[in-house]
Design a protein around this ligand. Structure first.
Ligand code: AMP
Length: 113
């Protein structure tokens, strides 16, 4: 999608600190980190949210999840981490391109706000 922020990052039109990339997935550091490690994992193909991804392409859905756990390993989060995907306005989604946050490097509280 031409007007999508994460599509532009995937295309290299907007710079990002890339942590991992494959043909179908890109992982980069969040611009406003909420934990010592905060990486955003996206599918290169545009899906609005996790439901659209799961309903459209289960292969890519699995590849994104695999990449998120690979990022946790690469970042050395052996003490634990959290993978989050916000969906819709009540879920706090601000970028309408499916993404998983990988958060770690500190003790995370529960429940989230
Ligand atoms: P969400 O609010 O769950 O949709 O997550 C979107 C995330 O994208 C937020 O954590 C933002 O800080 C992050 N973000 C927005 N713009 C950029 C950018 N240019 N580079 C990296 N992360 C970004």
């Amino acid at each position: 999608m031409s007007d999508c922020l994460f599509c532009k990052i995937s295309a290299g039109e907007i710079p990002a600190q890339i942590v991992l990339e494959t043909e179908s997935v890109l992982a980069f550091r969040d611009i406003a980190p909420q934990a010592p490690t905060h990486v955003v994992v996206i599918s290169r193909e545009h899906f609005d949210n996790v439901a659209q991804l799961a309903n459209s392409n289960q292969v890519i859905a699995a590849q994104v999840l695999q990449a998120a756990t690979d990022v946790a390993a690469l970042e050395g989060l052996a003490q634990g981490y959290r993978i989050v995907t916000n969906t819709g306005s009540d879920g706090g989604q601000s970028v309408e391109h499916v993404h998983f946050h990988v958060l770690g490097g500190r003790t995370l509280t529960w429940p989230p706000g």
